[in-house]
Design a protein around this ligand. Sequence first.
Ligand SMILES: Nc1ncnc2c1ncn2[C@@H]1O[C@H](COP(=O)(O)OP(=O)(O)OP(=O)(O)O)[C@@H](O)[C@H]1O
Ligand SMILES: [Mg+2]
Length: 461
Amino acid sequence: MFLKSLSGRFLLLTIIFVMIAEILIFVPSIARFRFDYLTERLERSQIASLSVLAASNAMVDADLEDELLSNAGVLSIALRRDAIRELVLALPMPGVVAETFDLRDASAWALMRDALRTLFIQDHRVIRVIGEPVKGGGLQIEATLIETPLKQAMLDYGRTIFYLSLLISVFTAALLFLAVRWFIVRPISRVVSSMVAFQESPEDVRSIIVPDAGVSELRAAETALQDMQNRIAGSLKQKDRLAQLGGAVAKISHDLRNMLTTAQLFTDRIEMSTDPAVAKTAPKLVNSLNRAINLCEQTLTFGKAEEAAPNLTAFRLSEIVGDVVDSEVLRDTGGLSELVVEVPEDLEVAADPEQLFRVIINLARNARQAIENSGKAGQVKVSASQNSTETIITVADNGPGLPKKAQDNIFKPFQGGTRREGTGLGLAIAAELVRGHGGRLDLVKTGEAGTTFSIILPNTA
Ligand SMILES: Nc1ncnc2c1ncn2[C@@H]1O[C@H](COP(=O)(O)OP(=O)(O)OP(=O)(O)O)[C@@H](O)[C@H]1O
Ligand SMILES: [Mg+2]
């Protein structure tokens, strides 16, 4: 679990990386160690040989010879001066010389290779080393020695390096761990807990983060989060207010509609007034009241955030379209428009008859109103066709086409309306009702030649 956290990963990775780095420098340093070890043996051999040469006749007794050699840590010493090689000191050899190493001009690669070989060789070997401790003196020294103590010293050295590396990596990792916790993990945890707190209570201002990270990237994240939280909190507040306002509007519309309906009843009496001037105003009053009632009703319908789910039944489309014609004929006042129906008698649809009626009448009425407002005679045609998957009901007219504002805001509530007496809700409601059936309402074309809408309904049983 700990290793899955950011700081845990950093801790582990640092230890691994430092160890890798230490391994990379281990080989050169162990080669250096071996080189120094052998050079030191040669130097000691040189001192021993010099003391022999200083003695009279260059002869020493066996005890002194033993002591000199063991002090130098070698088995034998030979000097080579001006191409003449002379054995100065020697102990009995425990075996033959297995390998000779010339330190005078050994390359770094050769030194590293020989050091690794020394580490892995199992035999108890005798080796010869050649060197020139005093550079340019023309004096060259050869010494033979047993390799095992060298190997042991190298292993001890390697072990020390390993423990040291481990210590360094653990120490570095611990420091890094603390740094990561402080600079990265702590700010990230703050961001996360602010997100969680905000999710739980977005209206509580205390859950909005106050940026304080020192690392610029994390500070940018905190600032962005703060910005987002402020905006969400703002729009939630606004939504809340709008919802309250919507509720109030719905109540007002409801009561207003009732009052207007009552007022409508009195217009009949006004119509019967003996005063011709009063009787003449009656139709205008009726019209105004109708519009006001329509506005209230549409607002109320839209206020129900979602329309009731359609109650699907199979019925003949021509019946519903017939109802539309009947009610539109009643409303037709200008006599400019003609409503034509081209729906096959036996075509059946699976839909909510009441809702489909509202959709078609909205489209047909819009078309009629557009024609009437244009002042030219025109035709509205309702037709339908069916294939294996869907039913397409088309409402087409040859009126003036949709104004730009209506096109830009098509199907958007309150925004697309251009008629003074309209509310701009008809198309939005119609589109929502069709969507509720799993279908869609499309504006097929609009222009000077007229407008065509199509209702596409899936043929579900
Ligand atoms: N067939 C059409 N031809 C020309 N313009 C149309 C047609 N249908 C709709 N429009 C335009 O689109 C606008 C939006 O129509 P919509 O039915 O949504 O609202 P409305 O008719 O103004 O008001 P209401 O909510 O009373 O229906 C209309 O105001 C009208 O300008
Ligand atoms: Mg309309």
